[in-house]
Design a protein around this ligand. Sequence first.
Ligand SMILES: CC(C)(COP(=O)(O)OP(=O)(O)OC[C@H]1O[C@@H](n2cnc3c(N)ncnc32)[C@H](O)[C@@H]1OP(=O)(O)O)[C@@H](O)C(=O)NCCC(=O)NCCS
Length: 216
Amino acid sequence: MYGMSMLVTHPKITIELIPFKKEFLPTLVAGFSSMRVHMHTNQTFAQVLENEQEWYDRTRKDGDIVSWAIRIPGAEMPIGVTALHDIKAIDGSCKSGIIIWDQAWWGKGVASAAHLGRTLFAADTLNRCLIRTSVRSDNAASRKALERVGYYVWGTEPMSGFRQGKYISTDHLLWLHPDRRDLFYARGVYPPQVIDTALYRAKTALDQARTVVAFP
Ligand SMILES: CC(C)(COP(=O)(O)OP(=O)(O)OC[C@H]1O[C@@H](n2cnc3c(N)ncnc32)[C@H](O)[C@@H]1OP(=O)(O)O)[C@@H](O)C(=O)NCCC(=O)NCCS
């Protein structure tokens, strides 16, 4: 499934999260043929249009995924994609991911803005209380953007990928809904400092998102 349109007015940049269209696919294919873009993802081989047409149709019919194209207002073509997966998990969780394939837009706040919209949708529309994701340990920009909205690293998996002649590690992260604190610690386990910080950031991000995300 594709996500409803959102306009995110982040202090650094304004972006749109919009439902994917078939005509976006050639732009995605061009972006996804870059090893630089995929340096920190799981993808090792380039995709061609036919593969992405299949992905488009699979996603369109898959009730367990919600995916958005990321676009700069006024532009015709998107610059990236972000999604929530496993949105029907019975434990109230889901998984998240993002790829900005247009390198000209890296470092300008696009992921930070997209995470506000996506996290708000997960919390306020899908009623998800926990979001899981993973980031290559050397992908500082991705991890920072996630930590800013409340994700925290709970563990690191060594030698989980191979790039540029070296094994690389993967950080695994969790986002916990700040209003469900009692649910997570129902057995009286006092949360360590790292989780307190994450919950504080998650609350701050949700409060911010509720003011800067519009559903046109
Ligand atoms: C990684 C990626 C998602 C980051 O998106 P982005 O829009 O460039 O990130 P932002 O501009 O919102 O920056 C997020 C944070 O990282 C910091 N940052 C940006 N570029 C950075 C860099 N090269 N190194 C370290 N920190 C960086 C920003 O200052 C910001 O930190 P702050 O919140 O403390 O200000 C994007 O570059 C991308 O899609 N890359 C290719 C695919 C990929 O790696 N996907 C993620 C897989 S987990």
